[in-house]
Structures are given as C-alpha cells and as structure tokens.
Design a protein around this ligand. Structure first.
Ligand code: GTP
Ligand code: IMP
Ligand code: MG
Length: 339
C-alpha cells in the first residue's frame, strides 16, 4: 500500500503531466486523485501517439482501471470537465470520474472578473480561468458547491471517504498536485502567485487525506526553469539565450510564451524542504544535455550525471525519475536502486 503525492517544484509546467502518466501507467494505482487549485493548470500528456492538454482530469487517466477523483479543495468548471470527457472518450474518463460534493464551482462571472481585473490579469498575469475570484468567493463563503449543481449529480462521491477507505484496504492512491511550489500563496513570490497554497500538505488536505497517511512526496523539477506571468525570477535568461539553447516554450492553457531560466538550487532546496520531498523527478534533461530517449543511467554523459548528483547532494533527496523525452518510454526509473 502506498499513498503518493506528486508536486511541482518551481513555477508550474515542470512536466508533471509526463511524470504522472509514466508513474500511473507503471505502478497502476487504484485511485488517482486530482488536488491543486483548479482549471488554471495545463498538463501535457503524450500517450499512444496522441497529445492531450488537461486542465481538470487527472493526468493518470491512461491507466484505465483506476478510479479518477477530484478532491474537495479543487475548483471545478463543469464546462472544462465535460469538454475533457468528450476529448478522452476512448479512455472512459466520464464513467470513472468522481467529484467531491464540496468542490467549489467556477462560474462565468468568476472568469469575467479574472480577465477584466487590472490587478489579476495585468499585474499578476493570471491565467484568466476564474480561479482567483472563485477562491476569493470561497473564502467569503458565497460560492456554490458541486453538490448544488444538477449536471454533476452522477459524479458526486465523498472523495475523502473513498481515498481513506482505499488506504485502509491496502490499495495504492496517487494524488496529483498542480501548479508549483513557487506559485504558492504562502511560500511563493507573493503577490505574483496563485490563489492557494501549492505544497504537498495542502494537496493532501485537498483530497481529505491526513499527513500520517502519506508515504511518498515526489517533487518534479525541469532541468531548467520556466515561468508564465509576472514576478521575480532570479535565474532568468534572456529570450535570445533561451532561443539559442532551443528552450522556447508556450503555455498549454493561455498559449503565452514562457520565461526561461537556469536551474535554481536554492529554490530546489527550499521546495524539497517545505514539501517534505522523499523523491525528485527531473524532466526535460534531454533539452539541456545530449541524451534524448536514453533509458539507462549508465549511458548518460559524465556532465549530465554530475548535474543530477549535485541536485541530489544539495537537496538531500534522491533523484529517482529522469525524463529524457516526452514519451513514457523516455524515462530512467531508479526507484528500485535508490529507495
Ligand atoms: P505540468 O504543468 O507540470 O503538468 O507540466 P506540463 O505537463 O504542462 O508541461 P509542459 O506543458 O511544459 O509540457 C511541455 C512538453 O514537454 C509536453 O509536450 C511534454 O510532453 C513534453 N515533455 C515532458 N517531459 C519531457 C522530457 O523529459 N523531455 C522532452 N523533450 N519533452 C518532455
Ligand atoms: P491564476 O492562478 O490564474 O490566478 O494565476 C496566477 C499566477 O499563477 C500567474 O502567474 C499564472 O501564470 C500562474 N499559474 C497558475 N497556474 C499555473 C500553472 O498550472 N502553470 C504555470 N503557471 C500557472
Ligand atoms: Mg502546465
């Protein structure tokens, strides 16, 4: 029995989508539960030759025997969810989805307030998905909950109860966080952050799991860093430099160009500490070093190994998953050796 939480180590877009898909396809957990803020997230999944951009559906959907759940702390936009049911029809996502009755609901009004707000849209550079205004209404206790939305009736399940029963029955539970550590309302670069804490403890609370039930916290970093929206970014490089290194990126939800920077060891250390990380997954290593699709650690160059070992030494957390390409097979899995 293992209860794992996967978290983003920096400003989101660390390649959580790929890591979650790999881990769920490989480990086959019984329940895959989505935590985090809501549909401001954009997770990229490449599976079976197709690309998917997900905002609410757990990225582990490719493991078709798992129950998929959205925890009480996550904001739900029913239109986004139903759209994903349609796009993911061949994976029976709709039939497997459970939504906690206590999830708060994003309305058109929340989205309008997000997009039209000078502060959120311009100064912070929000995703415009309505999450900030919705979480603020939740704090004011004026927002509608999923239990009051007739279209969601067939999906309503007490996620906390289901997850805790699964843990008690010795089943495996995988909790997917969204966003990233440096976007946390508490620990990130305030005010240039998202509308909620985004560390492992909050992700556990999002699905109603107590801290004593969690076995593994997997912290995901890219081999370089990206950030969308405004705010401090100590290791940022110029656009020209990012282009010359072939590190240009665009956002999944907003299509905005991402700012790019070097790996930030101080951020990594703090992120591992506050998340209580037990493992690190390092993605896009092939975009920084010449190791595309390598699946064997011994085939990495001395320079690549030194980069990885430095992260391990500085953070004190083993780098167990190394991603060398978008496909699930492009993964070095060192969990048997290191754990
Ligand atoms: P999260 O928001 O953390 O879930 O990240 P994401 O899944 O949104 O990552 P992003 O949108 O930045 O994904 C960028 C692209 O990189 C996607 O098409 C992924 O399939 C791909 N990708 C993920 N891991 C790797 C990797 O190790 N190497 C390469 N070359 N591409 C990767
Ligand atoms: P909001 O969460 O839409 O309010 O946006 C607040 C800040 O968080 C902005 O800088 C967004 O770009 C950023 N943000 C929110 N969610 C994500 C994500 O999933 N990936 C990357 N950045 C995000
Ligand atoms: Mg993303």
């Amino acid at each position: 029995m293992t209860c794992s939480i996967l978290v983003g180590g920096a400003w989101g877009d660390e390649g959580k989508g790929k890591c979650i898909t790999y881990l769920c396809d490989n480990d086959k957990p019984d329940i895959i539960a989505r935590a985090g803020v809501g549909p401001n997230a954009g997770h990229s999944v490449e599976f079976d030759g197709e690309k998917y951009g997900l905002r609410l559906t757990p990225s582990g959907f490719v493991h078709t025997d798992a129950k998929l759940m959205i925890g009480a702390g996550v904001l739900v936009n029913p239109d986004v969810l139903f759209n994903e049911f349609e796009n993911l029809k061949k994976y029976n996502v709709k039939e497997r989805m459970c939504v906690d009755p206590r999830c708060a609901i994003i309305s058109k009004d929340h989205m309008e307030r997000d997009v039209k707000s000078e502060h959120l849209a311009k100064k912070i550079g929000s995703t415009g998905s309505g999450c900030g205004p919705a979480n603020s209404d939740r704090v004011l206790r004026t927002i509608d909950l999923a239990k009051d939305v007739p279209e969601l009736e067939e999906y309503i399940t007490d996620v906390s109860l289901a997850v805790n029963e699964a843990i008690d029955n010795g089943e495996d539970v995988f909790i997917e966080g969204s966003q990233g550590f440096a976007l946390s309302l508490y620990y990130g670069t305030y005010p240039f952050v998202t509308s909620k804490d985004t560390t492992a403890s909050t992700f556990a609370a999002d699905v109603g799991v107590g801290p004593t039930k969690v076995d593994e916290v997997i912290n995901v970093f890219k081999a370089y860093i990206s950030r969308v929206g405004e705010g401090p970014f100590p290791t940022e490089m110029s656009q020209e430099e990012a282009e010359s290194k072939g590190l240009e990126e665009y956002g999944v939800v907003t299509g905005r160009r991402r700012r790019i920077g070097y790996f930030d060891m101080e951020l990594a250390k703090e992120s591992c500490r506050i998340n209580g990380a037990t493992q690190i997954a390092l993605t896009c290593v092939d975009r920084l070093f010449d190791c595309a699709r390598v699946q064997d650690y011994s085939l990495l160059s001395a320079e690549t190994k030194a980069f990885i070992e430095d992260i391990q030494t500085e953070t004190g957390v083993p780098v167990t998953i190394i991603s060398t390409g978008p496909d699930l097979k492009d993964t070095i899995d060192l969990r048997k050796e290191l754990l």
